[in-house]
Write a protein that binds this ligand. Structure first.
Ligand code: ZN
Length: 103
């Protein structure tokens, strides 16, 4: 095995929580202008256990994992909606007897 120079970045999902400073928004508004929250690196999330911000490389992995999950959820929800639509319009007619012309 080759030795690696730095610690291996964990690819597992780690528990996060909304940032207590910006309440998950990623931005703060100390005066009149919005500024990126420096507590959470403008990500809106911090480590659930320590309450600290994640290292940038770690943060990208954690957000990417969540993004992939959301995308998969979206695909699944769309599939279910399409299935429900096909079911309720099985004869080509929607509620009220009008033909459904949605996508
Ligand atoms: Zn924050």
């Amino acid at each position: 095995m080759k030795k690696r120079s730095g610690p291996a970045l964990k690819q597992e999902k780690r528990p996060l929580k909304p940032c207590p400073i910006c309440h998950g928004g990623g931005f703060v508004k100390p005066m009149f202008h919005q500024m990126p929250c420096d507590r959470c690196e403008a990500s809106g999330v911090v480590c659930k256990e320590t309450g600290d911000s994640l290292a940038m490389a770690d943060l990208i992995i954690q957000l990417r994992i969540r993004l992939t999950e959301r995308n998969q959820e979206l695909v699944e929800v769309r599939r279910q909606m399409a299935a429900m639509r096909a079911e309720s319009n099985g004869r080509g007619y929607g509620a009220g007897g009008s033909r459904y012309h949605g996508d």
